[in-house]
Every structure is written in C-alpha cells, then in structure tokens.
Design a binder for this molecule. Structure first.
Ligand code: ATP
Ligand code: MG
Length: 312
C-alpha cells in the first residue's frame, strides 16, 4: 500500500479580488516525484507557499505528512524542507556557514559532518569558505538546495529549482532528486520545463490560471495530444497546394508552408509517402517525423507554447 504524503482538496486562494487558486484537488503519493507544471503566474509558488505553511488558504483542506497545514503548522514544518524560487542564502556568510546555521536551527546532531557531506555532494567543497555573495547563480541554487536537505526532511518542496541553471548543473540537480526519491523522500517540484517533468515526475499536473487543466503520468499526458505525424515544409504555396492534393488526410498551415500528415512513423509508410510526392514531382524542403512531447501537451491544454518551446 502506498501512503499519501500530501492531500489537497478544494484549495482556494485569492489576493484581493484576484482568484489565484481556483479549487485545486490532488494527492501526492509518499516516495514519489510530483510535478506541477505551469506558465508564469499560473499559481505554482502560491500553491507551494500554502502547502509549506507560509501562506493561509481561503478555503479547502491541505494535509501534509498527515497533518493539517492550518491547525498543525508545527508538525508540518518538522516534516518538510522548502527551496523557494528565490534563493534563501545569506550573502554575508560563506557556503559552509549557511549550512552550519541551518544545522543549528534544526538542531541536527553531528552538524559538522552533515555539512561536510552536503558540500561534497553539491560540488561546493572548493567554494565552501568563500562568501556566498561571490557565488554564481547556479552555485547559489545548489547551496540553497543543500540547505533544504539539512535534517533530512521527508517531504521536499522545490519551486523551479533549475531555472537559470546550466545543463550540467541541471543534471546534477536531477541526479540528487532521483537519489532522494530512492531513499523514500517525497518531492513536490514546480517547473516550467516540460523536459524536467518528463525526466523526473511520477505524476504531473498542469496548472493554468489557478486551475488544474490536466493530470496524469507524463505518458498519459502525451497520449492526450495528437499522435505521431510527419511534418513537411514546402518552398511556396503552389508546392504546398500540390502536395495537399495528393496527400489525403493532411492538415495544412499556409503561413508556415507546412503540411502535417498522421503516420505510424514506420519506415515502410514513410517511404510510401515520399514515393507519392516523387510520383507527382513534388519536393519538400524539410521532412521530419514528430512524436508528441510535453510541449505539445502544454500547447494543446493551455493554448500557449511553454517557456521552453518559446526559448528554442
Ligand atoms: N502577495 C501577492 N499579492 C497579490 N498578488 C499576488 C501575490 N502573490 C502572487 N500574486 C499573483 O498571483 C498569481 C500567481 O502567482 P504565483 O507566484 O503563484 O505564480 P507562479 O506560477 O509561481 O509564476 P512564476 O512561474 O512566474 O513563478 C500572479 O498573478 C501573481 O501576480
Ligand atoms: Mg513561482
């Protein structure tokens, strides 16, 4: 039997007359990675703040580690660690001192050893005694996460932990998340990166304007969008017209000069398609086989491309 680490029902929150969370319901299984995806302003940080007892909800029930966040704040706080969207590092202290301070606050036994191990794990040994104001953004994020891990909380909230990290640091972070989960820790992760949710999450919810517009495993979400298709780009409208006449079932995008043709992606059907174009002396300038990814899910569900897709 899997137990529930976080249970949310009917969660609502407004700032003034602006409704930011509009009735959220979800459960997070203990020992899993649960990812909340959403564009800027969707309500991700607000959700984290309510779940982490930093903000009071207007309505609904939230239980974290079996305790009500509204009435059993102390018990909830004892069970969780939070890495906020903006690093909580004290600039005037070194990395080691920041960690030591956290160990003292949480009354961790053998604090020195815990701090030493965390510095190693996050590749911060060399910088350990430098003032953290001299750290790069990525190093600061890593220190921030290391501080969250002091005291080994069973449930960890990570609010956009890899935003602004280079690919290598992002992978380090992913590795650490995987290790934590292997040890039975529950991770609640918000992100704008669909690839990150795809890589790490057991369950994904997509939040848009304070509402959950989808939930499921990454695979289930991908199944909700149009399947594999072939994408053909042509030099001009005449060529596109000609191709559209011979390829029944294709959908066209006149502006981009693209035809999309559903396909199983197998070599035999791809060859048949290309032969058909050849027979009519039609040339496509570009030809690609497209398998749906979470970016497509995002676009299909929210009508907007993800931050990642825009950046590409
Ligand atoms: N303290 C506050 N007072 C008023 N409005 C707020 C407050 N905090 C957040 N909001 C508003 O609530 C909405 C959701 O904000 P939130 O920070 O939860 O979004 P987010 O999904 O974390 O976005 P991002 O990806 O940019 O971090 C936004 O419209 C924001 O302007
Ligand atoms: Mg946020």
């Amino acid at each position: 039997m899997t137990s529930t680490a976080i249970a949310v029902t009917g969660l609502r929150k407004a700032f003034g007359d602006k409704v930011v969370l509009d009735g959220l319901d979800f459960d997070v299984a203990a020992g899993s990675v649960f990812s909340m995806l959403g564009p800027n302003g969707a309500g991700k940080t607000t959700t984290v703040n309510v779940l982490a007892t930093l903000l009071k909800a207007d309505a609904g029930t939230v239980r974290v580690a079996g305790h009500d966040v509204a009435t059993e704040t102390r018990q909830v706080r004892a069970a969780i660690g939070v890495t906020g969207q903006f690093a909580a590092v004290d600039e005037l202290l070194s990395g080691r001192e920041n960690l030591q301070l956290m160990a003292d606050l949480k009354r961790v036994r053998s604090g020195d050893q815990v701090v030493g191990r965390l510095l190693e794990r996050f590749d911060l040994v060399e910088a350990a005694d430098k003032m953290s104001s001299t750290y790069s953004g990525g190093m600061r994020r890593k220190l921030d996460l290391a501080m969250t891990l002091v005291g080994s909380p069973r449930i960890i909230f990570l609010d956009e932990p890899t935003t602004g990290l280079d690919p290598r640091s992002r992978r380090t972070m992913w590795g650490i998340v995987r290790e934590l989960v292997a040890d039975g820790t529950t991770i609640f992760l918000t992100t704008q990166y669909l690839e990150e949710a795809d890589q790490l999450a057991d369950q994904v919810v997509v939040l848009d304007q304070g509402r959950l517009v989808a939930q499921g495993t990454p695979e289930e979400l991908k199944r909700q969008v149009p399947g594999t298709h072939v994408r053909l780009r042509f030099a001009d409208l005449d060529e596109l017209d000609a191709a559209a006449r011979v390829l029944a079932g294709a959908t066209r995008d006149d502006q981009e000069l693209i035809l999309r043709m559903p396909s199983d992606g197998q070599s035999r059907s791809l060859r048949a398609l290309l032969d058909r174009l050849d027979e009519h002396d039609i040339n496509a300038q570009e030809f690609s086989v497209h398998t749906p990814d979470l970016d497509d899910v995002f676009l299909a569900l929210t009508g907007r491309p993800s931050a990642e897709a825009v950046a590409q």
